[in-house]
Design a protein around this ligand. Structure first.
Ligand code: MN
Length: 734
């Protein structure tokens, strides 16, 4: 295991101003905290954070990153606390350690569908500081290097995750070296047969081609030196995974794969890159179509290099990458090559310049990761905004929940499950009680406190940001309101029945449902509770023979309301003034040609005087339904479409509104004419008339009317009912 002083020396080698004291403290603290813990290999656990720190010294990262690497598993796996780390190492290191810890939980998170995509986004979103990602990548790299000690059944999952998430991440951050290694290590676990086969062939090829690498190296060095170009040349066989994926991608066999040798030619400056290229192309024939100049046109991740393939000695195809030392650093370390996280930039102006260009790099990188590399994914640009607008939080069991930015614990609760939202009374965010309205942050762990007695308060609607939560809250408060009205309705009915000396029971109620044009007892109770149906009417339907000594209909409801017929004394009261007065916030409905686009329930219409609700209908504005309309239940699951509306129609308006009635008329000559005449003389318009079905004695007819208001409609209905040929006349609530 690396000693304390060895680690410090590695950092001091690239950073003379190394904060030895900080590194020593982190070393000792982590070692003590991990104590006697061991890894699967049997090594002391502390060897792991130490190796992770060592990987980061290869990337030449700053002291803080090295310290974070040493501490990265203390929060998750030991008794260490964030407070303690803050006190000992400062809040900025504490924040970074916590950032890595949050990412750590991803490995515990269940692998749901699309989890990989979420994880990739989360990595970026949580890693507000790129150093968190760098530590995480180094952590994964070391875990992959030692994966043979992990129980076999776990290896595939870890390797798959590495292949899906961490290797592409490293690649897109421009860290080719780490990406290649992660891919190779994963490949070995995921497809041991293929790995073995490719390795064997590479081995055989190396035997066969003999000292090809050395020959090319010497030859090229000599030729370049002759031109006065000082170059470092490194040759190698490509990695098994890169060979394998190429054979897969191009569906060719290994034998057809010719360029398995790759060389890096590192020169001193850009000009030498082009001069070296000239030397190479004069010495050996180039393979057409393989030349690429990423120096004049860098890749998005700032990768710069010249690529060419030649037919080299022994007719072997050889791929060459020609670049400067600086380009090599960028290619190898990507984002980590940037000086932002390096200490020792003395001059403030230099530091500022470095930071702003590093920031640009970071932003670009994040965009790239969000977009993917392929140009055809350019269209996905909008996705970037989408994901920047998101926060990612955990349930206590490690489930990952993506929410829009600004989302609260209430949104979180509803995102997990509607029942959890409905019964939510409080929340712990990262272990601390938190206000339910407090916006969540990336990586927060949210635990919802519930009570079965809880019902979501309507006020939550103004707090939440997700449609799902808002819908659920509205639905809950709507059904709560219904419950209240139903209870009130039952109470009212009980009193009225009691006065009359009759008993109220559910059988009696369900017996009258049909006559009252209701489907369920609950609807009836709600209607009574809302004063839309008088208890008197229910009583009379239930006991048709009952005669009251003293009928008192207060407040002129009989005149204003719908007097159903002489046969039944059903009364509706439509308190227009009450609606308009009570619901200031409701949208005023002023007819067809008013300020907002409006249409009326396609099957039944709605007329002024009806109690109404509006349903937002895509492309058509608001559709107005009478509150009794059975169609409304279709929108129960979409409460966000419900809008408060109220009539705002002048008494003198000449605008007509649609209403549908259904009549049952005797099969007699002249019946239709009688209907038309009755409606006409009551000043109603017939918009449409359909024969629904013809029985032996009666014909069912549906009539679409145009009327001024409910009073007008009632007058027409009453007039029709008085005709001998009508057996039944009723309104259709569409
Ligand atoms: Mn670790």
């Amino acid at each position: 295991m690396m000693r304390q002083y060895e680690l410090v020396e590695r950092v001091a080698a690239y950073n003379p101003q190394v904060d030895e004291e900080l590194l020593n403290r982190a070393y000792v603290y982590a070692m003590q905290k991990h104590g006697a813990q061991t890894r699967a290999s049997g090594d002391p656990y502390f060897s792991h954070p130490l190796e992770v720190a060592a990987i980061l010294t290869d990337l030449r990262l700053d002291d803080s990153s090295i310290a974070v690497a040493l501490l990265h598993d203390t929060l998750e796996d030991t008794a260490a606390t964030r407070d303690e780390i803050d006190q000992l190492f400062g809040a900025s290191i504490g924040r970074l350690v916590e950032g890595v810890t949050k990412l750590q939980r991803l490995e515990l998170a269940s692998r749901e569908e699309q989890q990989a995509e979420n994880l990739r986004k989360l990595l970026l979103a949580v890693a507000e500081d790129i150093r968190v990602l760098l530590v995480k990548l180094a952590d994964r790299l070391h875990n992959m290097r030692t994966i043979e000690h992990v129980p076999e059944e776990k290896r595939a999952r870890i390797a798959e995750e590495t292949m899906d998430i961490y290797a592409p991440l490293a690649g897109r951050m421009g860290m080719q070296g780490i990406r290649d290694e992660l891919e190779d290590l994963s490949f070995r676990v995921l497809n041991p047969e293929a790995y073995g086969a490719v390795s064997d062939k590479l081995h055989a090829l190396r035997e066969k081609s003999g000292p090809l690498v050395e020959i090319v190296q010497q030859d090229l060095t000599a030729r370049l030196a002759k031109e006065g170009i000082n170059a470092i040349i490194r040759g190698r066989l490509k990695s098994p995974y890169s060979i394998f994926s190429k054979t897969q991608r191009k569906s060719i066999g290994f034998e057809q794969l010719s360029d398995v040798f790759g060389f890096r030619v590192q020169v001193e400056n850009e000009e030498d890159c082009y001069r070296a290229l000239g030397v190479v192309h004069r010495a050996w024939p180039m393979v057409p179509g393989r030349f690429k100049d990423y120096i004049s046109t860098p890749k998005q991740n700032e990768y710069r290099s010249i690529h060419t393939t030649i037919i080299g000695p022994r007719q072997q195809r050889v791929e060459l990458q020609i670049r400067t030392d600086e380009m090599e650093r960028v290619a190898e370390y990507g984002i980590a090559a940037h000086p932002l996280y390096k200490d020792g930039i003395a001059d403030d102006r230099d530091r500022l310049a470095a930071e702003s260009s590093a920031y640009a790099w970071l932003r670009q990188t994040v965009e790239q990761i969000a977009h993917g590399d392929a140009p055809e994914e350019f269209l996905e640009h909008t996705k970037l905004e989408l994901f920047q607008d998101q926060v990612f939080c955990f349930s206590p069991k490690g489930r990952l929940i993506a929410l829009p930015r600004g989302a609260t614990p209430i949104d979180f609760a509803y995102a997990v499950h509607t029942d959890i939202g409905d019964t939510c009374i409080g929340a712990r965010v990262n272990g601390q009680l938190a206000p339910l309205g407090q916006p969540l942050q990336n990586g927060d762990e949210v635990e919802i406190i519930r009570s079965d007695a809880q019902r979501p308060p309507a006020a939550w609607e103004a707090i939440v940001v997700t449609g799902k939560a808002r819908a659920a809250i509205r639905r809950a408060s709507r059904s709560q309101t219904r419950r209240q009205y139903a209870a009130l309705g039952r109470h009212t009915l009980e009193r009225r029945f009691e006065q009359a000396g009759k008993s109220l029971n559910d059988e009696a109620l369900s017996a009258v449902l049909g006559k009252l044009n209701m489907n369920e007892t609950d609807d009836l109770l709600v209607a009574v509770g809302r004063s839309e149906l008088s208890p008197q009417a229910v009583l009379k339907e239930a006991y048709p023979d009952y005669r009251e000594e003293r009928v008192s209909v207060a407040d002129g409801a009989a005149e204003e309301g719908w007097t159903a017929s002489g046969r039944s004394s059903l009364k509706f009261r439509f308190p227009m003034a009450e609606i308009a007065g009570d619901e200031e916030s409701a949208i005023p409905i002023r007819g067809f040609d008013a300020d907002i686009p409006v249409r009326f329930a396609p099957e039944g219409g709605a007329v002024p005087g009806d109690r109404i609700v509006g349903i937002l209908t895509s492309g058509e504005g608001i559709t107005i339904y009478p509150i009794h309309s059975p169609r409304l239940s279709e929108f129960d699951d979409e409460p966000e479409r419900w809008v408060d509306v109220r009539w705002d129609i002048s008494e003198n308006s000449t605008e007509r509104f649609p209403a549908r009635i259904r009549v049952s008329a005797l099969n007699e000559p002249g019946t239709l004419a009688a209907i038309a005449e009755t409606i006409g003389s009551a000043d109603g318009n017939i918009d449409n008339l359909r024969m629904l079905g013809r029985g032996r004695d009666f014909t069912e007819i549906e009539i679409d009317l145009e009327v001024w208001n409910l009073k007008h409609l009632n007058r027409i209905v009453t007039a029709l009912r008085e005709k001998r040929v009508m057996s039944r006349v009723e309104r259709v609530n569409g």
